[in-house]
Write a protein that binds this ligand. Structure first.
Ligand code: PGA
Length: 242
């Protein structure tokens, strides 16, 4: 595990974008796993700037997002389809046929999960998976549980997750109760994982995830088993690491 701590948000975002760009430059037809939430917004902004400056093309890249809410219309401003379009996809040259996000409105969600896993499998697995970290230790929407599920599946969102995401909706009741998420097995199969965490409110969970026991009660702790994990933290998120 390689942990790097940053004093400034800009430097952290730049470092994360450079790792992603490096992956694209060194891997013909790179497959990226992408995340949503507050954490990657600045990273995507940096990637868009780098694209506009001619530093990188996404033309041969394929992407798979970690998750999507169940039942939120695709064009709802808080759907992860909308998030990815507005923060990244509509600003770069990534062909839309190469961007994949689970369909949270599929009539048969189980079927959709299988289809998503097959697509990832067909792509030859993910070269670089970008991850944020939930306050309860979730990665993607893999919530703490007695057992974790390997592949893409429907998940009931934890109360803490709905509370954390209520900031994007008018009331907490509008936050969907379920999501489709890539499973921990698929995440751990990525050839490289880039975990990014910001904020003092995440310092405790960063410590548990990176230095605590490996347990399904903290899904991110399973990342300790990954042979190629890079962790980028701001100073405050790193505050409780020994
Ligand atoms: P955040 O979410 O980036 O909005 O803090 C991270 C997560 O829940 O995985």
């Amino acid at each position: 595990m390689n942990i790097i701590t940053f004093d400034s948000d800009d430097k952290l975002n730049e470092a994360a974008a450079n790792i992603i760009i490096g992956q694209i430059q060194t891997t013909p037809r790179a497959v990226l796993g992408l995340a949503t939430g507050g954490t990657p917004v600045g990273i995507y902004k940096q990637l868009v700037n780098d694209y506009r400056r001619g530093m990188i093309s996404f033309n041969n890249v394929t992407t798979f997002n970690l998750d999507e809410y169940v039942g939120l219309p695709i064009d709802h401003p808080e759907s992860y389809h909308s998030y990815m379009n507005s923060h990244l996809f509509e600003h770069i040259d990534l062909p839309s046929s190469q961007c994949h996000i689970p369909d949270g409105n599929a009539t048969d969600p189980e079927d959709e999960c299988r289809r998503y896993d097959q697509l990832i499998e067909l792509s030859g697995q993910i070269d670089l998976q970008l991850l944020g970290l939930g306050h309860n230790g979730h990665i993607g929407f893999n919530e703490p549980a007695h057992a974790l599920i390997r592949g893409t599946h429907v998940v009931d969102l934890a109360d803490e997750t709905r509370e954390a995401n209520a900031r994007y909706f008018t009331t907490i009741n509008e936050v969907p109760a379920q999501a489709l998420t890539m499973g921990v097995g698929t995440i751990l199969k990525a050839k490289k994982i880039l975990l990014v965490v910001k904020g003092a409110d995440k310092a405790d969970i960063v410590q548990r995830a990176l230095q605590g026991p490996i347990t399904t009660d903290c899904p991110a702790s399973l990342l300790q088993t990954h042979p190629n994990l890079i962790v980028l933290l701001d100073k405050t998120a790193a505050g409780k690491l020994s």
